[in-house]
Each structure stands twice: as structure tokens, then as C-alpha cells.
Design a binder for this molecule. Structure first.
Ligand code: BEZ
Length: 243
């Protein structure tokens, strides 16, 4: 039975980490003392849900967490430091502190160490997240004890909503573009001027008309979308910003 530990202190543990070619031990004291910390813990580096959703969304929302008083975001997994470091690189997760709980000491101390023997994983962390202030757990989101690997409450958005339900999340921006197109370059420059991060989707000649027609009803690149709304061409983006 996984227990909610709100109001209790996090366990005292030393993590063995690798920084470059050196070993560096880090204590829970160093990670938590005097800080507001968000922790999310998951069953394994490089596994599908952890890599596609759980970690990337915390990384994406890290500046928003920071703007709402969070000093650091820790990702805990029962994996060794080499695996965690490679996963961080692969994920470009520069906003997240990887915590290799290779022996499972922290996870066991949290009461979250579960058998994943059926998958050949040994013992791993149940998925959960928590908000920790100066070493004391204020809030926990523990995934329901259902078969498999439920992922319903330990996500970044649920935690951010708990901290501040009115927090302004980053805009989601996509530019459907064409390589070498000056209007596409202008649209991207306008977004950069406004400090808006975007995903560029360059479309080749064979599919461009069909894709643009299907998603925007237009045939020319670029087509810019912001938070699910079609803004349109570079000129239309300029008008949108002026408004
Ligand atoms: C996943 O993240 O999808 C996953 C985690 C543990 C075992 C299998 C899959």
C-alpha cells in the first residue's frame, strides 16, 4: 500500500553522481535545505511515457515553475548516474536535475519502491510527484494503484495547477514552412523578436499543398499556429502582434 507522506520530511540519502570524469556525492540536505523543490519520480530512464511526456513537460514548464517560486525540479529514478546523464542529454533536459537513485534508497524511504519483476526491471519507483519545502513534503500526487503504469496525476501541469492555477503557461507555436522561403524566415524572425519559442515544420514540395490545405485551408507557406489558433502568413502574424 503506497502511503501519502504529506507533512513528513523526505528521507536522508546520499546520491552518487558522475560529473564529467569525477564522482560527486550529493545529499538530500543539499538538494532540499531552504528550497522549494518539485520532485517527479518515474519507473525508468528512456522508457516510453517517461521520455515522451513525463520528463519533457516538466522541462518545458520549468521557467513557469521558476516564475512561481520553485527553485529546482528533480527527476528521480532507480537508475545509475551514467544512464540518467545520458537520458538528460538525449532529452535536452537542461532545466531538470537528474537524481540517480540507483540503490533505490530514496524511493524505498518514500515507500514508493515497487516490483517491476514481470518486465525484468527489478524494483523501481512508482510514479509520483511532490512539492517539498525546506525538506518537508507539502503535497504529493501518487498515481492510482492500478495494474500497469498509470499516468494520471503526477504530470507537470497538475503540479503547476496546484502551485498556481492561474500560472501563465508558455504559448504553443508551430510554423509550417518551406525551405528557402523569405516569408517563412520573416515569420520566424517576428516570433523570435517576441521571445516566442516555436516548432518549425518544414514541408517538402511533394506534401506541402496537401498538408497546408488540410490543416489551414491555405496553400502557401508559412502558416503559423498559436495555441491551436490559425494565425496565418507572415503578414497576418505581423497584424496579430500589432493588435
Ligand atoms: C513507460 O514509461 O512507458 C514505461 C515505464 C516502465 C515500464 C514500461 C513502460
Amino acid at each position: 500500500m503506497l502511503q501519502n507522506r504529506e507533512g513528513q520530511r523526505v528521507p536522508n540519502v546520499i546520491f552518487h553522481t558522475r560529473v564529467g570524469n569525477d564522482w560527486k556525492d550529493i545529499s538530500t540536505g543539499e538538494l532540499f535545505k531552504g528550497k522549494t523543490v518539485v520532485v517527479f519520480s518515474l519507473p525508468g530512464a528512456f522508457t516510453p511515457t517517461c521520455s515522451s511526456t513525463h520528463l519533457p513537460r516538466y522541462n518545458e514548464l520549468a521557467p513557469t515553475f521558476a516564475a512561481n517560486g520553485v527553485d529546482s525540479i528533480l527527476c528521480v529514478s532507480v537508475n545509475d548516474t551514467f544512464v540518467m546523464n545520458e537520458w538528460a542529454k538525449d532529452q535536452e533536459a537542461q532545466n531538470i536535475t537528474m537524481v540517480p537513485d540507483g540503490n533505490g534508497d530514496f524511493t524505498e524511504g518514500m515507500g514508493m519502491l515497487v516490483d517491476k519483476l514481470d518486465l525484468g526491471f527489478g524494483r523501481r519507483s512508482w510514479r509520483y510527484s511532490m512539492l517539498v519545502k525546506d525538506g518537508v513534503i507539502e503535497k504529493m500526487f501518487i498515481e492510482p494503484q492500478e495494474p500497469g503504469d498509470p499516468f494520471k496525476v503526477s504530470d507537470a501541469d497538475t503540479m503547476l495547477d496546484y502551485i498556481n492555477k492561474d500560472a501563465k503557461k508558455p504559448d504553443q507555436v508551430v510554423v509550417f514552412s518551406k525551405v528557402g522561403c523569405p516569408h517563412c524566415a520573416r515569420a520566424k524572425a517576428l516570433l523570435e523578436d517576441k521571445g516566442l519559442a516555436y516548432v518549425d515544420v518544414p514541408l517538402d514540395n511533394k506534401i506541402r499543398g496537401k498538408v497546408l490545405g488540410a490543416v489551414s485551408g491555405k496553400m502557401t507557406a508559412p502558416q503559423v499556429f498559436i495555441n491551436g489558433q490559425l494565425i496565418g502568413s507572415a503578414d497576418e502574424l505581423e497584424t496579430y502582434f500589432k493588435a
